[in-house]
Design a protein around this ligand. Structure first.
Ligand code: GLA
Length: 377
């Protein structure tokens, strides 16, 4: 009898010690997501870190399809908008979670002159060019391979945008590496090279909603953007060229502000954007990684920090969402149910010599990086 209880004690100790070491393992898994219009197979990678954070990334448009992070009580929920099925991305997506380019944001009238040659790009936003044109990098199937290092898992995506595509000069070869680490950071690293001078401005177009599974709109989120100036726009959302102080205006987000507090103010810039849809001129830009923005949702306690080397940040408050995009788990993405924080060079830089240059020349390497870091407060 005594022997039996000793044996039972011994075996429960073994089970217990097994549990203690049963930590979540960093992991990367590949599944089929469907077939793109051209018949090419599309995959989806699931990245999990040791804290249970999970990111799903597909090689269609280099899209982050879901991003599951804990709230302050340890409840894991999705904080990005997107679709369950590839077909919905193929049909109609306002750039949900995608990499946009070659030029993220707008180029006036789809025209620019470089080294004395005038180029005409596809126009897809009224008279203007937006996010790379009709078939930007958000609508192509990228080549992908998994990346696994000691404390991070990721996906390396590559694509070639051919000379003349959407009107751009040069064969542009781009690599985007997404990595998730155990510090709860999603890193996005971009590298491009070209064989003819061309403008390049790649960014990530994730729609965030930290309430979790899109429970509320984003108006109660608190935002902070480290910027004393922004680039005011005309009716077509093309910058006028001016860098205007945010002081005394609803654009002042340098002191953390509840989005809903200023968004409906009687302000010409907000009227043009139908809300926030502007580029902030980030402070302290010196080419090194800086904490430049944060987003906080008070009910869940979820917080997201944005680090970047880029000089600008487009804050778009989901003004064009109207419920017609039915997303994950049948959720209707209504007005302002998601917001984008797109790290970038300023819009229309190819036509604004006074803005930091976006021109990449043969022999040079375009290299930029952004981190979205998740914490709770
Ligand atoms: C960007 C633009 C917005 C809008 C969205 C996509 O962020 O600045 O005006 O076009 O993309 O709907």
């Amino acid at each position: 009898m005594r022997l039996l209880s000793l044996m039972m004690l011994f075996s429960s100790l073994i089970i217990l010690s097994g549990c203690a070491s049963n930590k979540i393992q960093m992991d990367i898994k590949k599944d089929t997501f469907g077939k793109a219009g051209n018949g090419r197979q599309v995959d989806i990678y699931t990245l999990t870190n040791a804290n249970g954070i999970q990111v799903r990334i597909t090689n269609y448009g280099a899209v982050v399809q879901s991003l599951i992070v804990p709230d302050r009580d340890g409840k894991y929920e999705d904080v990005v908008l997107g679709y369950d099925k590839l077909e919905d991305y193929l049909k109609d997506s306002p750039y949900f979670g995608a990499i946009v380019g070659r030029y993220g944001n707008r180029i006036a009238k789809g025209k620019f002159t470089l080294d004395g040659v005038e180029y005409t790009l596809a126009t897809n936003n009224g008279a203007n060019h937006l996010h790379g044109g009709l078939t930007g990098l958000d609508k192509v199937v990228w080549d992908a391979k998994p990346v696994k290092k000691e404390n991070e898992v990721g996906v390396e995506l590559t694509c070639l945008s051919k000379d003349g595509e959407e009107g751009y000069p040069g064969n542009l070869q781009s690599t985007v590496v997404y990595t998730l680490n155990n510090a709860n950071e999603l890193h996005i690293e971009y590298t491009s090279s070209t064989d003819k001078a061309t403008p390049v401005n790649l960014t990530h177009h994730g729609y965030f909603n930290l309430s979790g599974n899109c429970k509320t709109d984003i108006l109660s989120h608190e935002i902070w953007i480290n910027a004393d100036y922004f680039t005011p726009v005309d009716e077509g959302l093309i910058p006028t060229g001016e860098l205007r102080s945010v002081k005394g205006t609803p654009m002042n987000l340098a002191i953390p502000a509840v989005i809903g507090a200023g968004i409906n103010e009687d302000d010409r810039q907000l009227k043009y954007g139908l809300g926030y849809d502007h580029n902030w001129v980030l402070n302290d830009v010196d080419g090194t990684m800086k904490l430049q923005a944060s987003l906080y949702e008070p009910v869940s306690g979820r917080m997201m920090e944005v680090y970047t080397v880029e000089p600008g940040l487009q804050f778009y408050s989901g003004n064009f969402l109207d419920g017609s995009n039915v997303g994950k788990s049948g959720k209707e993405y209504k007005h302002r149910y998601g917001l984008c924080l797109e790290t970038q060079h300023y819009p229309d830089s190819p036509n604004k010599p006074e803005f930091p240059s976006t021109v990449l020349r043969p022999g040079e390497t375009y290299h930029t990086k952004t981190i979205y870091k998740f914490t709770v407060k």
